[in-house]
Design a protein around this ligand. Structure first.
Ligand code: ADP
Length: 646
């Protein structure tokens, strides 16, 4: 049959209908050229008496039972797709003698129709794609929906969507279909130039690969492994910037038609725009979030500022470039003696007059609205671009007054103290001169071998001498005390504590020997303190002599030192085995002239030694204290700065 395909077919294509006359043995009796063409018979000579082709007989025969019979003829109509690949409409009239067949070539209409149908389907697909792209904000949902539509139409089995990750400078598989998640994990990252998608990303043009299963190209080996036959990969570009790639593959088809490829490319371009839109929306959302957060922060700080502004004890006013008041806080109203209704939008100098201004120390004396003269400390911010300035001011009128009063009081106190010191010095001098005579003469009387005193006279003279000595001691200590109060005049040096103690022990040796008291110096020779040597010696003398005075005969005194690391001080303690001190007197004994009444022991003293010791210790930056148990002994201690870490 195919050998009969006429070479004249194309010029006849436009002509559409012909007729055919056959007998009941299906032999051709008559036919026009169109009928011959449709039957693929080259000319009538060879057609005459030729039996109809089998396909035609078969159709006529098979359909005979459906013939609509009338009394004398039958009519049948059908449209078939002939072996010559033409669409033919057959109108068959069965007469008694002959069968008349009217044939119409529908192929051109059919082709146009199928093209229209195809175009229509593609348009629908594109409309559907646009729908997915516009309404899906999630790329995955969008691509999955697109793929579902496309795969039906184009017999697709897989799609891969790689996105460019600028941090890794690689492509990352974001969305896919047609492979399992484990496989997806294994192809998660692609380098530029790697496989088909990597190559497309590198060269930024689409790549269509066909007959993959027969290909040895190393770039297609990856998809070959997935059983893909045809593959189309497109770069996703937005304004020249690479977003990623989108590829579709089919395992059943060996090629895609030109229109199908165009369709996939159009959809890929739309996807690129959709991705760009999604990125922009994500960016916009993030920016919006940031703006909202900043707005909240701004509102918070504004509220805080308003609270500070209203609660501040200092006056705060905001002035415009012409010194008109824009804002003022409650303290400002109060300090300037104003009602809140006054201040705003008026010139600040309407309400106060400058009496004195010292810009160096930022102090101004103002005559304020209610007529009071006030002194203010102030600070001014720099003028902003709008010329606005903020003035912060504080009323220091009272502070100034108090400071002046304090200076006056201090001067008065100093004068009084000087008068007291002068008086004491004068008195001591006046008292000591006659006292020296009393001491000298009574000593002479006792020692005179020529005019020897009798028993009662010697006893009285000895009492006189003793009382005079006591008086002298009292006067000396009063002078010492007066001197400590008249102010510090220290000479601070490094002092070897052990050495000073040894010297002091020697000085008081007669006293200790009298009572047979053992003194143990446990201070290390390396112990160095910072202090005034004369005063340190005085403190030690006072404490050691007390430790002897208030000790029992054959008693013991132990002197120790410890380092108080935190304060970098040395603590010196003098412990005796004497009569002790009741706890409620621990504080009193450091007060001037305080003595514990003790008729049992009746020990002489002035009550000034510990006061002097306390004053000296505090002058040198230390502390003094006592711990004691009655009849067991006392432990006096004081601290001085250590020289070790200075
Ligand atoms: P004075 O010893 O001249 O009386 P102080 O000021 O040195 O004056 O001492 C005040 C008082 O503290 C003393 O009168 C005494 O009662 C008590 N006192 C001081 N040192 C000791 C001590 N080591 N043991 C017991 N009592 C003491």
């Amino acid at each position: 049959m195919s050998s009969l395909i006429p070479s004249v077919r194309s010029p006849l294509e436009d002509r559409s209908s012909g007729f055919l006359l056959v007998d009941h043995h299906y032999r051709i009796r008559n036919a026009d050229s169109i009928a011959l063409y449709l039957l693929e018979i080259s000319n009538f000579v060879s057609a005459s008496n030729q039996v109809l082709p089998d396909w035609m007989i078969e159709i006529i025969y098979k359909s005979q039972e459906n013939f609509t019979r009338s009394s004398d003829n039958s009519f049948f109509q059908d449209v078939i797709y002939s072996p010559s690949q033409l669409w033919i409409e057959l109108n068959v009239f069965i007469e008694k003698e002959v069968i008349f067949i009217y044939m119409k070539n529908l192929t051109p209409e059919k082709e146009v129709g199928s093209k229209i149908q195809k175009n229509h389907e593609q348009l629908l697909l594109l409309a559907e794609a646009a729908n997915h792209i516009i309404f899906n904000e999630e790329p995955k949902q969008m691509l999955d929906a697109l793929f579902a539509d496309l795969s039906n139409y184009l017999e697709l089995d897989v799609y891969f969507n790689y996105i460019y990750d600028p941090n890794a400078d690689k492509l990352s598989l974001m969305n896919y279909a047609g492979i399992d998640s484990k496989t997806a994990e294994s192809i998660k990252w692609l380098e530029f130039g790697e496989a088909v998608c990597g190559t497309v990303a590198q060269v930024r043009t689409k790549m269509i690969v066909e007959n993959i299963q027969q290909s040895e190209d190393p770039r297609v080996q990856l998809i070959k492994g997935f059983g893909i036959q045809t593959y189309a990969c497109h770069p996703l570009l937005s304004y020249g910037r690479l977003i990623g790639t989108l590829s579709f593959g089919s395992s059943t088809r060996s090629t895609f038609s030109r229109t199908e490829l165009e369709l996939m490319e159009t959809i890929s371009n739309q996807c690129a725009m959709a991705f760009e839109r999604v990125f922009l929306i994500t960016k916009l959302k993030a920016t919006n979030q940031k703006l909202l957060a900043n707005y909240d922060k701004l509102r918070y700080s504004e509220n805080k500022f308003t609270e500070i502004f209203n609660a501040a004890h200092d006056g705060i006013i905001v002035l415009d470039a012409d010194s008109n008041i824009i804002e003022a806080n409650p303290s400002a109203y109060y300090m300037l003696g104003l009602d809140p209704s006054y201040l705003i939008s008026k010139n600040v100098f309407d309400y106060c007059e400058i009496i004195n201004l010292d810009k160096n120390i930022r102090e101004v004396t103002l005559l304020v609205w209610n007529g009071l003269k006030k002194i203010f400390e102030y600070s001014v911010t720099n003028k902003g671009t709008s010329g606005e300035q903020i003035i912060i001011f504080r009323d220091i009128t009272l502070k100034r007054k108090t400071a002046l009063e304090l200076i006056e009081a201090k001067e008065q106190a100093e004068q009084a103290s000087k008068a007291k010191t002068d008086f004491l010095s004068m008195m001591s001098h006046e008292l000591r001169t006659p006292l020296h005579s009393i001491l000298g003469y009574s000593q002479m009387m006792i020692d005179d071998e020529i005019h020897q005193l009798n028993g009662i006279q010697l006893e009285r003279a000895t009492k006189l001498l003793k009382s005079a000595r006591h008086l002298m001691e009292l006067i000396n200590e009063i002078i010492d005390h007066a001197q400590t109060e008249s102010g510090p005049n220290l000479m601070l040096t490094d002092i070897n504590l052990s050495e000073v103690i040894e010297d002091t022990i020697k000085l008081i040796e007669p006293m200790s020997k009298d009572k047979n008291i053992t003194i143990e110096n446990r201070i290390k020779p390396s112990c160095i303190v910072i202090g005034d040597l004369i005063r340190v010696r005085q403190i030690l003398t006072n404490l050691l002599s007390n430790a002897i005075k208030y000790n029992y005969n054959n008693g013991r005194i132990t002197i120790r030192s410890t380092l108080e690391e935190k304060k970098n001080q040395i603590k010196i303690s003098i412990e005796d085995t004497g009569i002790g001190i009741p706890q409620n007197n621990f504080h009193d004994i450091f007060e001037p002239f305080f003595r514990i009444y003790d008729p049992l022991h009746n020990i002489e003293g002035t009550g000034i030694g510990l006061t002097i010791a306390r004053n000296y210790v505090s002058l040198m930056g230390g502390e003094i204290g006592v711990d004691s148990k009655q009849n067991q002994g006392s432990k006096f201690w004081f601290t001085l700065p250590s020289s070790q870490n200075k």
